[in-house]
Design a protein. Structure first.
Length: 629
């Protein structure tokens, strides 16, 4: 049996995970989330990596966007850049906490609120690639504008309707959001972050309508939105004789009676984020406004977030490239001990790190965006999650490095720098605005768990029934025999030196790096398998260990994408020496991290640290807190 057939013929992960040791809350949360998971027969490039396979045809070649779009996109991005430069004062927006109405009107005239909305509904109809280029451009100038546009377009009304809306819904709402009527997404609650089973907002049927009651927290754009996507519990459905919580999403008019803006939240950065607490009291919503069908709300939310998450790494690229420009300029201009500081090894190390990771971020996002543009139904769950996790964490590293390079001038705000007559590089504002990117739309911790859940899915399909103590013994034995046949072929391959056939047009320089990716991928696959054998169903509790494997896979994807992007740059006429320098340097840095994480899988203090943390939470070490106010 081939690898691909084995993953197709067995049960979905939602039916094979052993929940026998879970409490009622854990079981409910997992059942809801698993029922909402996407199912794809053809797994993605990153999913293959975690199984020890290099499937470059999933990434290579990086296809060009259509010539018709390229001309329009070039003009649009040029006009957008000119408008931002001339009319958007990022520092004034940061200080006032408000985006001027005239700025919003100008963005609407350019079509910024409908970049991805199809042209037939009044939008610009651009690809994911062009949208990400716009996000990168905007974020490099003003993160407040980026957040405003990204929420509206990535998780607000347009994306769910493009993916799941009925023709009538698209006709009613898409022209409105494309023209600039702001939209928001209301999912999070006081006690609900990544645990949808605890959602308390309810939508009860009432004739041809639903009545929504509840409260939503951190609804970005919510204090100014005209339209909302609201997730709420609808009456439970019986599944295998037991009631299962149903989550449903609705398009809601923000001026509907019963909607109250309770509070506008204020944050460390993104001072002009129109984020708040919204309360719903008997808000009447027509059944015609249900998006994707009753009970499919979490699937709508998760699918929306997959593509929507790509705007966050796009902003990370904008931040990293801006950090690089500041570091390059200051590294050459600032003289210490008789030479520019960029010539001192400690500073050069930081500049090198920013450059290599900015290049890899762009490579990851471009290759993933082109997958979306080639096939709107492509499975990018892993790629999008890895892009979000990896780029946001590396962008923070880049900002931390440029802060250190700039020294006191980095910590000083722009008003003070201007007052002293110095060039006001906004490093302090960039750090404040960027910090939240490792938190919202899936924190780094949640992203690592999500990545590993998807990485384990092929194994769950193959062997999950055999390991599930809730299944009958006969069924488990049949599954064990089938899975033994699969692993008898699959496992030895993870030790053999034979590799995949690389595309003929891959430059030998990149081929060497890609062979390294393949070898490390096989090592990652067998390492993950070993941990499954050692810990069994308890592996899901080893979150720090799983995080190391997620980071290995993320770096491997970044390195593979860098090679594929490098190949495209050579095709586009970029000099070999410049491209090779960036790919080689990123490879050197990534492989050091990868090998360190491999060592950490077998040699760590995770359990000891966990036990200490539980003692601290239980109050056994409050003596450490003495001497503070």
């Amino acid at each position: 049996m081939s690898d691909s057939n084995a993953t197709k013929k067995t049960d979905e992960g939602s039916s094979v995970i052993d929940m026998s040791k879970m409490n009622q809350g854990q079981r409910a949360a997992l059942e809801i989330t698993e029922a909402a998971r996407e199912s794809h027969d053809d797994i993605s490039f990153a999913a293959h990596l975690f199984m020890g396979r290099l499937r470059l045809e999933k990434l290579h070649p990086v296809t060009e966007i259509a010539s018709e779009e390229l001309a329009r996109a070039t003009k649009f991005l040029h006009e957008l850049g000119a408008y931002l430069t001339a009319h958007v004062d990022a520092d004034a927006i940061d200080q006032s906490g408000e985006i001027p109405d005239e700025v919003m009107a100008g963005l609407a005239r350019l079509g910024v609120y409908g970049i991805k909305v199809p042209q037939e509904y009044g939008g610009l109809g651009f690809s994911q690639t062009t949208y990400c280029r716009a996000c990168q451009l905007i974020s490099s100038h003003c993160m407040n504008i980026f957040a405003h546009i990204s929420v509206h377009q990535s998780v607000g009304v347009s994306q769910p309707l493009v993916l799941f809306g009925t023709p009538e819904q698209k006709q009613r709402f898409l022209p409105r959001v494309a023209s600039g009527e702001l939209s928001a997404f209301a999912l999070t609650e006081q006690g609900v972050g990544s645990d949808p089973a605890r959602m308390t907002t309810k939508a009860e049927p009432d004739g041809d309508d639903y009545l929504i009651n509840g409260e939503k927290l951190w609804c970005s754009n919510g204090t100014r939105a005209k339209l909302l996507i609201v997730a709420a519990q609808t009456p439970p459905k019986m599944v295998k004789g037991k009631p299962r919580t149903q989550i449903t999403t609705f398009v809601v008019e923000a001026n509907s009676p019963g909607i109250e803006i309770v509070h506008r939240s204020q944050f460390m950065g993104l001072h002009a984020l129109y984020n708040g607490v919204l309360r719903f009291t008997n808000v009447r919503v027509p059944k015609a406004n249900v998006v994707g069908g009753e009970g499919r709300g979490l699937k709508v939310a998760l699918s929306t977030l997959n593509a929507g998450r790509l705007s966050i790494p796009a902003s990370s690229i904008g931040m990293a490239k801006k950090a690089l420009a500041i570091a390059r300029e200051w590294g050459g201009a600032r003289i210490q001990w008789g030479v520019p500081i960029g010539q001192h090894a400690a500073i050069a190390e930081k500049i090198r790190r920013i450059a290599a990771h900015a290049f890899a971020m762009e490579a990851m996002l471009l290759t993933t965006s082109r997958i979306v543009d080639r096939d709107k139904n492509a499975d990018i769950r892993l790629e999008a999650s890895i892009c979000k996790l990896w780029a946001t964490e590396k962008a923070w590293m880049c900002l931390d490095d440029v802060m250190q390079i700039r020294g006191g001038r980095g910590y000083e705000n722009v008003e003070s720098l201007k007052a002293r007559g110095e060039k006001p590089h906004p490093v302090e504002r960039m750090m404040r605005d960027n910090r939240v990117t490792t938190i919202f739309e899936g924190s780094s911790e949640i992203m690592r768990l999500f990545i590993m859940r998807e990485a384990l899915n092929p194994h769950l399909k193959i062997a999950g029934v055999a390991l599930n103590t809730e299944r009958p013994w006969g069924e488990r034995m049949r599954s064990a025999i089938k899975s033994a046949g699969f692993y008898a072929l699959w496992y030895p391959r993870q030790w053999l030196p034979f590799g995949a056939t690389l595309p003929a047009d891959i430059h030998p320089h990149f081929a060497s790096h890609l062979r390294t990716v393949e070898r490390r991928a096989r090592k990652m696959a067998r390492t993950l398998f070993h941990q499954m054998v050692i810990f069994g169903p308890k592996l899901e509790k080893r979150q720090v260990l799983l995080g190391r494997i997620a980071d290995i896979g993320s770096d491997l994807f970044a390195l593979a994408a860098s090679c594929i992007y490098g190949q495209k740059l050579l095709k586009d006429g970029e000099p070999e020496a410049k491209v090779f320098a960036l790919v080689d340097d990123f490879a050197a840095q990534a492989l050091l991290r990868i090998d360190g994480n491999f060592r950490g899988v077998g040699h760590n203090a995770d359990q000891q640290g966990y036990e200490l943390a539980q003692q601290i939470v239980a109050g056994e070490h409050t003596w450490l807190e003495q001497g503070i106010l």
